[in-house]
Design a protein around this ligand. Structure first.
Ligand code: NAD
Length: 276
């Protein structure tokens, strides 16, 4: 089994992004990401911190707005509108989940589609669904495609099975794979005979959120395994794929150090694109 090293690929791409940032700064532009964090969710704080650090590492502008958990829908929408109007801000990210009682859909749709670097706006997702990838692409599934490209893993004509149908991972992953002419199956919590389907995969993408969900007997020998899952148990991170799958896979992403570093990198890529 060959490891698909997300840190290595992310470092490589980030070097290219640094050069793009310098080129933009040379003509007086500074790609800037504004991150809005509502409330005190500890995991969200960690994610937001990572995004800020990477933006700074690449020499980009990074703005952070912390709003109290008691914020009203109107206050959050006002903040989004202020950032929409700010010409110095190129990308806006509202960290999810929002505290209970707030309407996430309304907030995400309020973000200017030209600054929607997380690619949650129906306009950008709709373009992707129509096979037009000229807009922003969702960071995690786009990161998966970049990993496969880096390792010269062919997608065209392959049987791809995606476990999970979320708007963040599963559904956009389906579009990106279909746009590259894979034959794609999406399986989920209501799928019958799930293992029969996963066993057909040349490329299996797991985005379930259950540690060790994919076991060796669910995988075709020689399959490429992409593990999107991040599950924290007693302070340690586990993917959705059981370690024993290494014995049968041809390539596999580790957790941590697989898809995770790519997600933040693709967010920076989108912000630089927005600035351009
Ligand atoms: P989600 O909870 O929104 O979706 C999970 C999906 O798994 C659902 O579509 C559901 O149908 C499916 N599912 C749940 N139980 C199942 C079962 N028993 N059998 C088959 N399918 C089942 O989660 P998400 O936001 O898509 O995230 C999935 C995982 O990926 C999580 O662990 C999350 O932390 C991780 N994630 C990682 C990154 C990254 O950067 N690496 C980014 C986003 C999400």
């Amino acid at each position: 089994m060959k490891k698909i090293d997300g840190r290595l690929v992310a470092d490589h791409l980030q070097e290219e992004l640094k050069t793009k940032v310098e080129a933009l700064q040379a003509v007086g532009k500074n790609p800037t990401l504004a991150v809005v964090l509502v409330g005190e969710d500890p995991a969200s704080k960690v994610y937001v911190g990572g995004k800020e650090r990477t933006a700074k590492k690449l020499g980009m502008g990074s703005l952070r707005y912390d709003l109290p958990a008691t914020s009203t829908q109107e206050e959050i929408l006002e903040m989004v509108e202020k950032l929409n109007q700010d010409p110095e801000v190129h990308g806006i990210l509202v960290q999810l989940p929002l505290p209970k009682g707030l309407d996430e859909k309304e907030v995400l749709e309020a973000i200017d589609k030209e600054k929607d670097v997380d690619c949650f706006h129906p306009y950008n997702l709709g373009k992707l669904f129509q096979g037009d990838e000229s807009g922003f692409l969702p960071c995690t599934p786009h990161g998966v495609i970049k990993l496969l490209e880096y390792y010269d893993i062919e997608i065209e004509g392959k049987d791809v099975v995606i476990v999970g149908r979320s708007n963040i991972v599963g559904k956009p992953m389906f579009s990106l794979m279909l746009n590259r002419s894979a034959t794609v199956t999406v399986v989920h919590s209501r799928t019958k005979d799930l293992a029969e389907k996963t066993k057909k995969a040349d490329i299996l993408v797991a985005a379930v959120g259950i540690a060790g969900f994919i076991t060796k007997d669910m995988v075709k020998p020689g399959a490429v395994i992409v593990d999107v899952g991040i599950n924290s148990i007693d302070g340690k991170l586990y993917g959705d794929v059981d370690k024993e799958v290494e014995e049968v896979a041809s390539y596999m992403t580790p957790v941590p150090g697989g898809v995770g570093p790519m997600t933040i990198t693709m967010l920076m890529d989108n912000t630089i694109k927005a600035c351009k």
